[in-house]
Design a binder for this molecule. Sequence first.
Ligand code: SD4
Length: 328
Amino acid sequence: MLTSAAMVAGKNLFAKSAGATAVRPFPTTKNEPIVVSTWDFGKEANVAAWNVLEAGGRAVRAVEKGVMVPEADPNNQSVGLGGRPDRDGHVTLDACIMDENSRCGAVACLEHIVHAISVARMVMEKTPHVMLVGEGALQFALANGFKKENLLTQKSEDEWKEWLKTSKYEPVKNIENVMPGGSKNHDTIGMVAMDKNGNLGGACTTSGMAYKMRGRVGDSPIIGAGLYVDNEVGAATSTGVGEEVIRIVGSHLVVELMRQGLAPEAACKKAIERIAAKNPRGLNDFQVGFLALNKRGEYGAYALQKGFSYSVRSGNEDKIIQSAYLYS
Ligand code: SD4
């Protein structure tokens, strides 16, 4: 007997089509809440998300609450307050959010607002649009009560000025990957969760690639690239060099591979292999990691390079896991 999730308008979404490989159905058997997020700093963010999930709150609320933690942390130089600026010294934020009803909202190149994810959620809930960018996004945020703040901390400003001395005013490609797994390699929080009703939600927020060109937007605010949620199948998010993720519409690809029957880690691996295949040279130059959760509450990740970690919180787990990877 299929659950209602697998039956829409009387159609069995997991039915085997002629000549196609049989796919596994995704009935939610347990409805046990779980949250997973990118990097080891996700562990702290998961606590805030878990508080919402445990109290019976929606996954979309949990992920918003969760990613607000690194957004507000001035010591996290890849998200929100304290984020590394673009090459001209402006901190510009990208974020998106998606709920169990495939509703989504996003902001890109947003300045002066700490909680870009909450602005993205407001775009989803209060406007007929999916994405607002730049000045328009800021105007919308201010009109809705968000406070204008200086996001450039002294530390990030000092580092940027140091970078300017040798950069010759060109963006440094893959600055975060100077030390894979090291302090500069912690970038972007992507978080996906399942709530007590078995519903999924996801959020992704970042200050983007350090010293990027002014106006550059990465994968993180792009639905399908940096984040994708399909409540029948699962959810996925990404971190790393956004241009590579956009080229394969990575998070959507991971969800579609799970729909075809792949486990989360295997789906992430296939997406990474696709990026690798499109970059026959220079694979050591950059990092991409995918993290996925399916409708059964199973999770997994895969990265191009060694050094990607992710954090898991559920009723019986609270840990940081080192992702599998293609190249060491
Ligand atoms: C981006 N995926 O903007 C994000 C964040 C990132 O190093 O790559 N940071 O492409």
